[in-house]
Design a protein around this ligand. Structure first.
Ligand code: 6GU
Length: 224
């Protein structure tokens, strides 16, 4: 998979995308991430990427031209499956979307800033608009990093234990069951006997019941 990220603050990605599993996925050649700084697509001395909103009001709007130039260049080089715009008014990211996106070959992620991008960019180029939750961030970069992480870990061969992504919370609309490791007793609290029973069928049943209980209690909306 190839991910092209278009942003004003590309340095934000250096941390989140160069550690741990994502770093390994890049080294293994499972994913390529290409960062594009919008200021490199400006042609004035100030490298202007935004301007006042028509109609007035507080906040700047991201200019069409640098974004269009960057996307046009990328599109001339290869075909893209999705051009995603990170915005708080997009559809809320869910595991199902992560699963679908992890199967794609080439995607562009555009990060918004200030009051967002000129509507015409959305109308002309964008195929999908994503928010990561009902709160507002200073820009789309951190949201894009979250999106990348959630997608990349699902690419086959990225997680060591292939089955571990399948048992994640949300993968079947259930929250994950509690997990335990050694010691069998910690400060008087014991690991549930069933997990020490060595009976895989009973353990699976117990985990499923725990998942159901926890989901009912914390996220009943998932069970509808
Ligand atoms: Cl995608 N962008 C911004 N700026 N804030 C957000 C968001 C995105 N998703 C949730 N909050």
């Amino acid at each position: 998979m190839r991910i092209d990220i278009i942003a004003i603050h590309t340095n934000i990605f250096k941390g989140p995308l160069s550690e741990s599993i994502i770093k390994r996925a890049i080294h293994k050649g499972k994913v390529e991430i290409h960062l594009h700084n919008l200021r490199d697509y400006t042609h004035d001395n100030y490298k202007t990427v935004d301007d006042y909103a028509y109609g007035g009001g507080a906040g700047m709007v991201m200019l069409c031209e640098p974004i269009a130039e960057c996307i046009d260049k990328l599109k001339s080089e290869r075909k893209y499956d999705e051009i995603i715009y990170m915005t708080p008014d997009g559809e809320t990211l869910k595991q199902k979307t992560c699963n679908q996106l992890s199967l794609l070959e080439n995607i562009i992620i555009l990060c918004g800033h200030y009051k967002g991008v000129d509507q015409r960019i959305r109308d002309i180029y964008i195929t999908k608009e994503i928010s990561i939750g009902d709160y507002v961030l200073t820009g789309g970069e951190l949201a894009a990093a979250v999106l990348c992480d959630s997608i990349i870990r699902l690419i086959p061969g990225v997680l060591g234990d292939e089955s571990s992504a399948l048992s994640d919370s949300f993968q079947d609309n259930l929250l994950a069951p509690p997990v335990y490791t050694r010691p069998a007793e910690f400060r008087g609290k014991k690991v549930p006997d069933i997990l020490l029973s060595g009976n895989p069928k009973l353990i699976d049943e117990w985990r499923y019941e725990q998942s159901l209980e926890i989901t009912k209690k914390r996220r009943p909306d998932l069970l509808k």
